[in-house]
Design a protein around this ligand. Structure first.
Ligand SMILES: C[S@@+](CC[C@H](N)C(=O)[O-])C[C@H]1O[C@@H](n2cnc3c(N)ncnc32)[C@H](O)[C@@H]1O
Length: 444
């Protein structure tokens, strides 16, 4: 397919996403099934253009004076892929299956469209209703943080230290341009290309089948590394999903002790058993929800309970840009309720002196600092542990000061973002249950 025909296809896919309210991956798949002649390079290019258009939807719409699928695709080609109007005009005139020629208004917008007078939420490509929350989190940096969340994300791998070390993985993936991650000592990063560049398919590498590495954002790795799991401990991953953090914890525990992986929705386990098999971890028990409480034997016994809470996923907007424009106030309120609920569930299992680690992949204070402040108000027998010490023990380096976030007057938690850490957005609060009984009136 010609580049112009790919733009036409991207317009079709964006139209499908808009009119049928379809997830973008489903719309891309449907387009592929209906256009079997398209090669893999075409599919990647069309997908890249669609994702870029959604990442920068607000700023493109502002410059184009329209948020139609055509305006978004043209704008992405212009501002995300760096093509000028002359090239677009020329391609549309010459190439087969091109979209209709540019109108005079489109030509003006594409050559002169500017963000100089645009509000912060447009410049940062964030939903307008969330701007106050982002300003609460980031202050004056809200626009820049939003813009960083509107970029493309690299492919991050976590080296599985049960089977390999970082040197070995770097060597095996040298052809893909793999480099060591900046913070996590077990991170390998494959930088993302521009325009129509194909992302690496790391699952077809031999090292993947051998269990040498897993795909996991460096921020998610850091969350697991600072949680404080130790070999020989009893650990519960209460919101395990497909086991991304479970596997990272298993590697830290070096196959010693016991790790329980639970999720209230068994469909979320996905391929967790295959992943565990590949990883060489022998100390993981997966426990599925059942009529009789499947976790009752763990009460008051866990050294560590990890709560990787359900959240709006605002920290993963680079990877799921369509979710950015779909999330609304009701979804946020629902998540906050679930977060309180799962924290209340988690404390059943933490032993006196044990640790409760709360994680979200969100940057909204409503899901992070507010939830933890509320939790600490309700539970006098918990205190917040500063992440700087945990960072030193878990990562073997000093935590950059800008990664700390205040939880009211209660202490500090960790916040990572694409702008500050080059990772997805993550929040991690380390909570410790005191050994003493709580004061009267503040029972758990
Ligand atoms: C952020 S995802 C977990 C991702 C996973 N830990 C990983 O690293 O790949 C949150 C998970 O929490 C689960 N969940 C939500 N409420 C829960 C509850 N009350 N108890 C246990 N799991 C819950 C959801 O089903 C979902 O799979």
């Amino acid at each position: 397919m010609t580049p112009a025909a790919r733009i036409a296809a991207a317009i079709d896919v964006l139209t499908d996403v808009e009119t049928n309210r379809r997830p973008v991956q489903d719309a891309l798949k449907a387009w592929g099934l209906a256009h079997r002649f398209a090669g893999s390079g075409d599919r990647v290019a069309i997908g890249n253009l669609v994702f870029d258009a959604l990442r920068r939807r607000a700023s493109i719409a502002w410059r184009m004076g329209s948020d139609s699928p055509r305006a978004l695709a043209l704008g992405a080609f212009r501002w995300c892929w760096g093509k000028d109007v002359a090239e677009i005009d020329d391609r549309f005139a010459r190439e087969a299956h091109a979209p209709a020629p540019l109108t005079a208004d489109e030509r003006v917008a594409l050559s002169e469209g500017s963000l100089d007078t645009a509000p912060g939420w447009v410049q940062g490509d964030v939903p307008e209703w969330l701007m106050p929350s982002l300003e609460r989190t980031f202050g004056e940096r809200a626009t820049a943080e939003g813009a960083a969340l509107a970029g493309r994300a690299p492919v991050d791998l976590r080296v599985n230290t049960l089977k390999a070390d970082r040197e070995k993985v770097l060597e095996a993936l040298a052809d893909l341009g793999a480099v060591a991650g900046e913070h996590s000592p077990v991170a390998v990063r494959i930088p993302v290309g521009e325009g129509a560049a194909k992302p690496p398919h790391v699952q077809s590498e031999l090292g993947f089948g051998r269990g040498w590495f897993e795909v996991q954002d460096e921020g998610s790795q850091i969350a697991a590394l600072i949680a404080g799991a130790r070999p020989g401990q009893q650990v519960l991953d209460l919101c395990a999903g497909a086991g991304g953090k479970t596997l990272a914890l298993a590697a830290v525990m070096d196959n010693r002790g016991q790790l329980y992986a639970y999720d209230s929705d068994k469909r979320r386990f996905g391929d967790i058993l295959d992943r565990i098999g590949r990883s060489g971890a022998h100390n993981i028990q997966v426990r599925a929800p059942a009529k009789a409480d499947p976790l009752s034997d763990l009460e008051d016994r866990m050294d560590l309970v990890l709560v990787d809470a359900p959240c709006t996923g605002t920290g993963t907007w680079r990877r799921r840009p369509d979710a950015k424009w779909r999330v609304g106030p009701n979804a946020l309120a629902m998540r906050m309720g679930q977060q309180d609920e799962v924290l209340e569930l988690a404390i059943r299992y933490v032993k006196p002196g044990g640790r409760l680690v709360y994680i979200t992949c969100s940057v909204l204070p409503e899901e992070n600092e507010d939830r933890i402040a509320g939790f600490l108000d309700r539970h006098a027998d918990y205190r917040l542990v500063d992440p700087a010490g945990a960072w030193v023990s878990g990562l073997g380096s000093a935590m950059p000061a800008s990664f700390a976030t205040e939880v009211g007057e209660r202490g500090r938690a960790l916040r990572l973002t694409p702008a500050t850490a080059g990772t997805d957005g993550f929040f991690v609060a380390l909570l410790e249950r005191t050994v003493q009984k709580p004061a009267a009136g503040r029972e758990r």
